[in-house]
Design a binder for this molecule. Structure first.
Ligand SMILES: Cc1ncc(COP(=O)(O)O)c(C=O)c1O
Length: 415
């Protein structure tokens, strides 16, 4: 097969500080600049000359098909478990309940480790391996820890995961099962992050925390590239994304900008990005309402949607910039109704929706009622993880949902 990138190792031109635009070299291991994240920048003009979107048709499905827009050099070993494509599933029944004629769920729960974290971790571990890293560590609200464990195992790399003690048990077990050294911490993800930071010198591990290395964004960016291709290069009007650290939202917005610059989009219409949080932990929604660019840490953060329990995000301004540039908004929904929305979505469509995504269903309820989303608009909700990983949320004591009581007993007759 003709390889459009043949002869060119990578189209990455440099890394760029998101806070002040400083250029940094891409051929060495980088972390933060002035305590803030880095963008990976590409020579988009060269990509435009050497590759067209039609050439994608002949390639293997999955996130690596967008290789010109990704950081590995040709020849770098890719650490993969088969990431995507995740299906874009029409949801007429749920849409009908919410007053929407064109609702889809992009089901990232079907990715290798049962969540969208596979994309970011596949990329981060691939790049860590490229730079010779042998040991990684990260704080995790749950899914990232499970995914890091799996991809580190795949790469033969040592992995240390620090999780709040009430992290979903499935996430704890999946990390242990994959051989990661897994620690429960009596604190929040920010406390876990501090342990990773403070242990760096002594333990000589590479910090894989959300946005503290540049490549997880590039992995998550493939959600946007894939969505664009699935929509035949006409982007939807609205995207709802459950936001913790914000990598997915930031990555998708970056993907759309790169596609527009390449001239791959049919028109320049870009979606309004809706960042969804729970009112139990809503630093981004609060900063949006206050018209701030940076978010204050959220005190006493608590939500059953564990991936949203990020009281302070290092990329807060990147999330808020993307939301504002897109003409979207950041919204917090009622924590006590999350399991109700979860059940509504799964019952209506059969899609295994996680509590984080259930919050997006709540946001749709509000935004359609307020007329901020019109009935005819094309709306895509990202289901970031599979419901099966959330035993605690499913069996929660909230009165709206007690599945145990609803399972009947059936006797078989003895022969
Ligand atoms: C299922 C799920 N949804 C959403 C999020 C938030 O993702 P992000 O950090 O990209 O905002 C997480 C993060 O842990 C998650 O596990």
């Amino acid at each position: 097969m003709h390889d459009p990138a043949a002869g060119r190792e990578t189209f990455v031109s440099h890394l760029e500080s998101a806070i002040d635009g400083t250029r940094l070299a891409a051929d060495e291991l980088q972390t933060l600049h002035r305590d803030r994240p880095l963008w990976v920048r590409y020579d988009l003009e060269a990509i435009r000359r050497s590759c067209s979107r039609e050439q994608l048709r002949d390639r293997e499905p999955g996130m690596w098909r967008y290789r010109e827009l990704l950081p590995p050099r040709s020849g770098d070993p890719i650490v993969s478990l088969g990431e995507g494509p995740s299906p874009l599933i029409p949801c007429p029944r749920l849409g009908g309940q919410l007053g929407l004629q064109n609702l889809w769920i992009k089901d990232e729960g079907q990715l290798p480790t049962g969540s969208f974290k596979s994309r970011g971790m596949a990329m981060a571990i691939t790049m860590a391996q490229r730079f010779g890293v042998k040991r990684v560590a990260l704080p995790s609200a749950g899914n990232a820890g499970g995914a890091a464990g799996a991809y580190a195992a795949r790469a033969g790399m040592e992995c240390f995961v620090f999780m709040p003690e009430d992290t979903p048990i499935v996430n704890q077990y999946e990390a242990v099962l994959a051989g990661a050294r897994t620690f429960r911490v009596n604190g929040l993800i920010t406390d876990c992050g501090r342990i990773v930071r403070e242990g760096q010198q002594r333990m000589q591990w590479f910090d894989l925390s959300t946005l503290k290395e540049p490549y997880r964004i590039e992995g998550k960016k493939t959600m946007g590239l894939e969505l664009a291709e699935q929509c035949e290069w006409v982007l939807p009007d609205v995207i709802l994304y459950p936001t913790g650290g914000g990598t997915g939202l930031i990555g998708m917005w970056k993907a759309f900008a790169e596609l527009a610059e390449l001239g791959w989009l049919e028109d320049d219409g870009r979606p309004r990005m809706i960042s969804v949080q729970s009112d139990g932990c809503a630093p981004i929604a609060r900063a949006f309402a206050a018209q701030e660019r940076f978010a204050e840490p959220f005190a006493n953060a608590q939500t059953i949607a564990r991936g949203l329990r990020v009281p302070a995000a290092v990329g807060d301004f990147m999330i808020l910039d993307a939301v504002r540039e897109s003409g979207g908004c950041a919204i917090a929904v009622d924590e006590t109704r999350i399991t109700e929305w979860m059940r509504q979505a799964v019952t209506a469509e059969g899609i295994s929706v996680c509590p984080e995504t259930a919050a997006c269903v709540g946001a749709l309820e509000t935004l359609t009622a307020q007329g901020q989303i019109q009935p005819h608009e094309r709306v895509v909700v990202f289901n970031t993880g599979a419901a099966q990983k959330y035993i605690e949320a499913i069996t929660t004591t909230l009165p709206s949902i007690d599945l145990e009581k609803e399972i009947a007993w059936s006797e078989i007759e003895s022969p």
